[in-house]
Design a protein around this ligand. Structure first.
Ligand code: NAD
Length: 379
C-alpha cells in the first residue's frame, strides 16, 4: 500500500482540473511509494468549491487559503491561483512546513521569486513549479539527445508561443478568467504567461541566457475592468519578441503574442546544432522532428519520431499504452506528479524547483526591462 500524501489545492480553474486529474491518475500508471489524497480544495465561493470537490472527489473544502495551510492533515499545498497570490501562499505554506507545488510563473517579479525561493530553502520543504512542458515525452527526449551530445555545438534556439484570443476590443480585463489581462493580477502579459514556458524549456535544454534585447507592444490600450466597471489602461504586454545570447555562445529568438489570428496555442521550438537539429510543436506534441547530418547522404532528411516506444528509449511511454499509441497534454502533469513523488520518496529535489523557476523569472524581468529601455540587458 502506498503512503498517503494529503493534497490541499488552492484554486480550481483550468490548472485545478489539470492537477486534480494528475493526482487521481498517477498511481494507476506509476509504481510509487506515495499516493496523493485529494484532502481539500480551497476557493472563495463555498458552493462552487463544494461542486468542484464533489466532481473530483475532494474530501473537504475551505474558503480561506490560510485555513487550508494551517490544517495539520495537509502535507502538500498546490497553488493554482492567479500569479499575484503565489507569493503570499507560498510564504505561508513554507512557514507551515508544507511541501509546495506552485503554478508558473513562480512570481510577479524577481524580488518576490527570491523571497519565495529563500523561504522554501530555509524551511527545507520539497518544492516544484508546474513548467509541465519539460515532461512531454518528446521534449524530454530532446533533452536526452542533447545530453548525449548528438547535436554537438549549439548555434541557434528559436521558440514561439502564439495565441489569438485577445484581439477583440470588447474583451474586458480583470476578474474571473480574464485576470491574465490585468497587470495587477498577472504581473505581465505574454512574457510571464507564455514566454515563461518557452524560457523554462530553453534554460533546461540549452543552459543559461546571458543577455536579452526585447520589444513589447500593447495593441489595445484600454479595456473595461470587470471588477471596477470602469475603462482602465491595459498595462500588460500583448506581444513580446526578444533576442537572446546563451552562455554556450548560441543565439536565440523568442516570440509570443495573443494577436496571431488563427493560432490558439502554437508553442514550437527548434534547435540547430553542428551535427543535428531538433524541432518540436505542441500541436503535434507526441512527435519530435530530428535531422542528423551524420546520416548517409542519400537518405539524409528530417525524420519525424513518433515518441511512443518502450524499452527506455522514449521517456515515460512504457507507463502508458502499447507502442504506437500516443498520449496528450494532460499526461505531462501526471509525469510531473510522478517525478515529484519519486523525489519525495528519495528525499531529492526534482526540477523545476523554485530556484530553477527563479532563473526563468530573471529572464522575464530582464526582457521587460529591455523592452522598456530599448537596450540590451544582462540577465
Ligand atoms: N502550467 C501551465 O501550462 C499553465 C496553464 C494555465 C495556467 N497556468 C498558471 O496557473 C495559475 C492559474 O491559472 P488558471 O488558468 O488555472 O486560472 P483560472 O482563472 O482558470 O483559475 C484560477 C483559480 O484561482 C481561484 N482564486 C482566485 N483568487 C483566489 C483566492 N483568493 N483564494 C482561493 N482561490 C482563488 C479562482 O477562483 C480560480 O478557481 C496561474 O498562475 C497561471 O499562470 C499554468
Amino acid at each position: 500500500m502506498a503512503k498517503p500524501l494529503n493534497i490541499g489545492m488552492i484554486g480550481y480553474g483550468f490548472m485545478g482540473r489539470a492537477h486534480s486529474n494528475a493526482y487521481r491518475k498517477v498511481n494507476h500508471f506509476f509504481d510509487l511509494e506515495h499516493e496523493p489524497v485529494l484532502k481539500a480544495v480551497c476557493a472563495r465561493d463555498a458552493a462552487k468549491a463544494q461542486a468542484f470537490a464533489d466532481k473530483w472527489g475532494y474530501e473537504s473544502i475551505e474558503t480561506d487559503w490560510r485555513k487550508l495551510i494551517a490544517r495539520p492533515d495537509i502535507d502538500a499545498v498546490d497553488i493554482c491561483t492567479p500569479n499575484n497570490l503565489h507569493r503570499d501562499i507560498a510564504l505561508a505554506a513554507a512557514a507551515a512546513g508544507k511541501m509546495i507545488l506552485c503554478e508558473k510563473p513562480l512570481a510577479m517579479n524577481v524580488a518576490e521569486g527570491e523571497e519565495m525561493t529563500a523561504a522554501v530553502e530555509k524551511a527545507g520543504v520539497p518544492n516544484i513549479v508546474w513548467y509541465n512542458y519539460r515532461r512531454v515525452p518528446a521534449v524530454t527526449l530532446a533533452k536526452k539527445l542533447i545530453e548525449e551530445g548528438r547535436l554537438g555545438r549549439i548555434f541557434h534556439y528559436r521558440a514561439v508561443f502564439l495565441q489569438d484570443w485577445t484581439i477583440s476590443t470588447d474583451l474586458p480585463q480583470g476578474g474571473t478568467a480574464l485576470w491574465r489581462l490585468d497587470a495587477a493580477a498577472a504581473g505581465s502579459g505574454v512574457t510571464g504567461d507564455l514566454l515563461a514556458h518557452c524560457i523554462d524549456t530553453a534554460l533546461w535544454l540549452n543552459g543559461s541566457i546571458s543577455t536579452v534585447s526585447a520589444m513589447t507592444e500593447t495593441f489595445i490600450k484600454e479595456r473595461k475592468h470587470t471588477l471596477t466597471g470602469k475603462v482602465e489602461p491595459v498595462k500588460i504586454d500583448d506581444a513580446c519578441a526578444f533576442l537572446a545570447r546563451f552562455d554556450n555562445g548560441s543565439l536565440a529568438t523568442f516570440e509570443s503574442t495573443r494577436y496571431a489570428r488563427g493560432h490558439k496555442a502554437l508553442y514550437t521550438f527548434e534547435i540547430n546544432g553542428e551535427k543535428a537539429s531538433i524541432q518540436w510543436d505542441l500541436h503535434d506534441l507526441h512527435r519530435l522532428n530530428y535531422f542528423d547530418h551524420g546520416d548517409e547522404s542519400k537518405l539524409r532528411g528530417w525524420r519525424s519520431i513518433h515518441v511512443t516506444d518502450h524499452g527506455g528509449g522514449h521517456p515515460y511511454m512504457d507507463k502508458w499504452w502499447v507502442p504506437g499509441l500516443q498520449i496528450g497534454y494532460e499526461h505531462s502533469f501526471v509525469h510531473q506528479v510522478a517525478d515529484f513523488l519519486e523525489g519525495v520518496a528519495k528525499g531529492q529535489p526534482v526540477g523545476p524547483t523554485f530556484r530553477d523557476a527563479l532563473e526563468t523569472q530573471k529572464v522575464c524581468d530582464a526582457v521587460l526591462s529591455s523592452a522598456q529601455s530599448g537596450s540590451w540587458v544582462k540577465v
